[in-house]
Design a protein around this ligand. Structure first.
Ligand SMILES: Cc1cc2nc3c(=O)[nH]c(=O)nc-3n(C[C@H](O)[C@H](O)[C@H](O)COP(=O)(O)O)c2cc1C
Length: 193
């Protein structure tokens, strides 16, 4: 059920739901498009749009997950039964998984670091856009984000980096809170305020 809360209350209570605690229903194509439109509305120095999306849905998720499991087994033939199961369900835990792909590249004015951060902003925006549409979300990377041998399987082009695989679905259990940092540990005040 979608409930309207203030932006402040949303930010004060926002939580991810682990992908393994997600299930159906997921968003339909039009809703995913609405989410991606919101997600792309991020600060982007130089208006370079140094990121793009790949949306994994339906049966393709199982096919890619099986291929990822095969790759994982080739790399580690002694993989436990439990881990084989995990690898086989990498993209099938949530009904929709969106790769946020960074296309950051050298630029005369905008450092690559800033382009990468813009992709991170897209990830969090998509996490929140999913929530805004009444769905749960989880920002994951995992080994196949970094192992370039897995990239062709996932549709990631040479030179691109994965900022995150955003899992989107419906929570099967209520969210639990997790500890947050104390401001005194992370804030330095400079000057009077
Ligand atoms: C860039 C990035 C990559 C992440 N990758 C993973 C991952 O691969 N596996 C994992 O269990 N959590 C990963 N996380 C953490 C999850 O998103 C986690 O569920 C989240 O931090 C929970 O915090 P929240 O409730 O404040 O959203 C990652 C987080 C970020 C920012």
């Amino acid at each position: 059920m979608k409930t309207e809360i203030s932006l402040r209350d949303y930010l004060a209570t926002r939580r991810s739901i682990p992908a393994f605690q997600m299930g159906e229903p997921g968003p339909d194509r039009a809703t995913v498009e609405a989410m991606l439109t919101l997600a792309s509305r991020v600060p982007d120095h130089g208006k370079l749009t140094p990121w793009r999306f790949i949306v994994y849905r339906g049966e393709e998720r199982a096919r890619i997950s099986a291929a990822l499991a095969k790759m994982a087994l080739e790399a580690k033939p002694d993989l436990s039964e439990e881990m084989i199961k995990v690898e086989n369900t990498r993209l099938t835990r949530a009904p929709v998984v969106v790769a946020v792909v960074s296309k950051a590249a050298p630029h005369v004015k905008v450092p690559e670091w800033e382009q990468l951060m813009s992709a991170g902003a897209v990830c969090l925006n998509l996490v929140m856009a999913a929530n805004a549409h009444g769905f749960s979300s989880n920002w994951l990377t995992e080994w196949y984000a970094f192992d370039e041998r897995a990239h062709p399987l996932l549709g990631i082009e040479p030179g691109e980096k994965v900022a995150g695989f955003i899992h989107i679905g419906t929570a099967q259990v209520p969210p639990t809170e997790r500890p947050r940092p104390a401001l005194s540990d992370i804030v330095t005040w400079v000057g009077d305020v």
